[in-house]
Design a protein around this ligand. Structure first.
Ligand code: CA
Length: 236
């Protein structure tokens, strides 16, 4: 069964363009021309990935992203004409996994989709369950439990946090995190690592007072466990 990609885009020419490339790449495409359709298709059908335009006639892409994230960890790629960093960061903070800016090449779009599917399905002689501190990593279903509570991480967040968890003593640079966590498939800039880390921290904060991720100023991030050693460094 082919993976189904939901295209949320209101411009017919762009829809046609994206749809034909997606179908040629072997995926099934479902099209929503506005936010309300997007959410109802999302709830009614099995969707494996969402391509989400940010400028829609009714709901904003950001708000759709937020609603989807409350219900699912499905991979989301934002499509945006806004190439400025702040709107991209805002989208990533809403839980998108990746973004692509208009105009984009179809080959790049397909490469991003394939990379995201690889990230979601990385299978490298994984153990079913391993434990680091209060965290249980279930590698069969890509979930991480904190004191028994599922953090409900996206694939991107999962890969990032597992990378940190597995080498608690190491400080990772943003470049290393991008390369290791995403097997070299990550093309975003370093600031988007900060957004993903922020999302992971918010999810941890729902279940714990310790934040477990230390910001090492000027370098990157490190996993830590000790109580009372919360970093004084400023968070991004
Ligand atoms: Ca649009």
């Amino acid at each position: 069964m082919n993976q189904t990609i939901l295209i949320v885009e209101d411009e017919p020419k762009i829809v046609e363009f994206i749809k034909s490339y997606i179908e040629n790449a072997g995926y099934q495409a479902l099209v929503a021309e506005n936010g309300r359709d997007a959410l109802s298709f999302f709830r009614q059908s099995h969707i494996d990935l969402v391509l989400l335009d940010l400028m829609l006639p009714d709901l904003s892409g950001e708000s759709i992203c937020k609603v989807i994230r409350q219900e699912s960890n499905v991979p989301i790629i934002m499509i945006t004409a806004k190439s400025d960093e702040s709107s991209i960061i805002a989208g990533l903070n809403m839980g998108a996994d990746d973004y692509i800016t208009k105009p984009f090449s179809p080959r790049q779009l397909i490469a991003r989709i394939q990379a995201l599917f690889r990230r979601s399905h990385l299978i490298e002689d994984r153990l079913t369950l391993c434990v680091t501190g209060p965290f249980q990593i279930s590698e069969d279903d890509y979930s991480i439990l904190l004191n028994g509570y599922n953090l409900s991480l996206t694939a991107t967040e999962y890969n990032l946090f597992v990378t940190l968890l597995k080498r608690p003593s190491k400080v990772f640079t943003r470049e290393e995190l991008a390369t290791i966590a995403f097997s070299g498939t990550y093309e975003g800039y370093n600031r988007s690592i900060d957004s993903h880390i922020k999302n992971i921290r918010n999810k941890i904060a729902k279940h714990s007072k310790t934040d477990y991720i230390r910001t090492v100023r000027g370098i990157g991030y490190q996993y830590y466990e000790e109580e009372g050693s919360k970093s004084n460094e400023s968070k991004p």
